[in-house]
Design a protein. Structure first.
Length: 128
């Protein structure tokens, strides 16, 4: 059975999609950009701040899905500013410090993202 899940701790979707889909023990988020939950506005300040906002939004919503970072096994990062990838890594390493198992990760340079975001990330979880 496939379920569509949402969280009041995530920005409301602007279009018709599921913020998170559960298929058996697998969970997958839609691509997340750095939107403020209350205002719906995009975080300003570049890739590091956008990445930090995305990760913060994710962390705030995980309890609503009964998930934790221990369940996260893969992340795909899309960015329009690949030259600034060190900023993405800085925000990432604040959440996944040395000694904590990070998920597998793929990074892709793209020409454009929704709402002129510089970063979009999708996450995949496994919880038996």
């Amino acid at each position: 059975m496939i379920e569509s899940l949402s969280s009041a701790n995530l920005p409301a979707p602007r279009f018709r999609y599921s913020p998170l889909v559960k298929a058996g023990p697998f969970y997958k988020t839609a691509g997340m950009i750095a939107l403020d939950k209350d205002s719906g506005k995009l975080e300003e300040g570049g890739v590091e701040k956008e990445t930090a906002k995305i990760l913060n939004n994710l962390l705030n919503a995980l309890p609503d899905f009964d998930l934790s970072l221990d369940d996260l096994y893969s992340a795909s990062i899309f960015t329009t500013d690949f030259d600034s990838f060190p900023g993405i890594n800085q925000a990432w390493e604040a959440v996944f410090p040395e000694g904590q198992r990070p998920p597998a990760r793929t990074a892709m340079g793209v020409t454009a993202l929704p709402l002129n975001a510089k970063v979009e990330i999708e996450f995949m979880f496994y919880k038996n």
